[in-house]
Design a protein around this ligand. Sequence first.
Ligand SMILES: [Zn+2]
Length: 701
Amino acid sequence: MAENQNNPLRYTITAALPYTNGPLHIGHLAGVYVPADIYARYLRLTGKDVVFVCGSDEHGVAISMKAKKEGVTPKEIIDKYDGIIRKSFQDFGITFDNYSRTSREIHHKTAGDFFKKLYEQGNFIEETTAQLYDDEAKQFLADRFVVGTCPKCGHEEAYGDQCENCGSTLNATDLINPKSTVSGSVPITKETKHWFLPLDRYEDFLKEWILVGHKSDWKPNVYGQCKSWIDGGLEPRAVTRDLDWGIPVPVAGGEGKVLYVWFDAPIGYISSTKEWAEREGKNWEPYWKSDDTKLVHFIGKDNIVFHCIIFPAILKAHGDYILPENVPANEFLNLEGNKLSTSKNWAVWLHEYLQEFPDMQDVLRYTLTANAPETKDNDFTWKDFQSRNNNELVAILGNFINRVVVLTNKYYEGVVPSPAEFSKVDLETLAALKAFPITISSSIERYRFREAGQELMNLARLGNKYLADEEPWKVIKQDEERVKTIMFVALQIATGLAVLSEPFLPFTSGKLKNILNVTLSAVEELGWKNVSTNEVLLPQAHQINKGELLFRKVEDSEIQAQLDKLEATKKANTSTALGTGENANKALMPQKDTITFDDFTKLDMRVGTIIEAEKMAKTKKLMVLKVDTGLDTRTIVSGIAESFTSEEIIGKKVTVLINLAPRALRGVDSEGMILMTESADGKLVFVNPDEDGVGNGEGIS
Ligand SMILES: [Zn+2]
């Protein structure tokens, strides 16, 4: 197969299916979606046949768990986040040819059929095993519903499938002191039947295919992880689960069980391709079954085992499918020195970024590419963001384009001048321009996107230096003919930048093409290779448009605001963790009059969960909440709208005073009160119970 892979007939590019239990942050973009999009855009510009697919991953226990916690259906959870995620991808210009959902019919059928075929071929082993069972909740406990002490490192909050502290993969029954997160009770073991993929049978195949076949072309971090898995010995892995949310196991005895989310999710790439082909009137099969197709999976490092070991074993077992040619997984991106964390709100959320830096998608794409965690974990810092923007995008690329466009408009009313004879420097500069597509291609094709992005900036540097050396603004006073040649050369570089920046900075590339008026002219067929092969990119007498600024400076105050926001998050996390605020400097309220025990017992306080939240129109502070109190779902109006968005508090466990006489606030009946306190810096904070193991409706006394 390898000999076809240097010049395949078509490409199938997949990007990890985002899990619909939260919005996207910069780690997702940096790790998977920006590099995948650069790759897909680049291939399209070189005229390749590409399908680039993704979709929302909507099954699995975490969604089922979140739904239970929030008192809503899984469908409500997935619909909400599918919408938010889809919009972020659109906003950041990620050009999937299709973005599907694993809850769709086409995927249920594809994954179900896949399972059935493997079942019928005898690729699975059936085993009745003892699984942890919550006798109080009357259900088997999926791995994520069990926490306990990790037998390897002693971490007390390890999940049934994995310890997040030491990274070990576990079996739920290995945990010391296991506890059900559904009811809080100690689980018992009970027998249940499941289907397993005997990975041990694929060891020889995996050794040959990865350890020998891809020794030199897979990234060392990916290869190394695969090698350690294979060397550690592979064991059968369950492909079904006792759960009520997912794709039903389509064979006899499968009632009440679903496909393990890790069995169904990668098949989602296939379903998404089918959906695309149906819509476009194409045949999906060559994209997955033909040897002259190059299949590339873009993922983060936490998914390596699934994409390099398990999914290939599944594809191999099926027999009709090709295997991935490369899996250029990235390491993790940190934020200001700390691990990105959804639960700790330690993140730059994409939807929030765009509210704060509207129309600056490319700046983030650029910064994340320049700093991509390609070979090791890397850090995103706001200072670096500012300096990449101000010192590179503004000072180099933006400055060059601005000079070229302003001078062309000033000297020639926007008409590309005719060059006279080229000087040695001109010829060298034009030759250097023609070399860039090859240099950048070589980096992209080796999945070195950081390097590729820096090469693009080097082209802008070349242009900047050329103008600075030739000084047309001085020469114009003595030699107008020479300036025509200089501007002609500079305009060729600007056009080269318009083409070659497209994979990296698509919005900027669009603006630049518009300024250079290359979409509506004779040069509209400007592909990647044309930058090397065309004698002239922007012909003389071509009319360009007036300029607009491509980038703006990011001020220190904007960076400080972001750092302050993170600092506040840190403070909130610390005070939540310690159960104490930093109120040393705050004037504390004196103790109130003594009350009797009877007075106290009159207060009926319960644990509840906020399940809906909406800011009340025409008010600044009020928010209308729907709270599940365990007894009922009721409306409570709370003055917290200045401190929280509804997004942040939906799903939050709170303490509610439920027997407070209802009162009408702006025409809405409020039936209770949510207990709040205030942190040292004046931020409202929920008085909330320990989130684990306490159910709605539990009394507080
Ligand atoms: Zn551990």
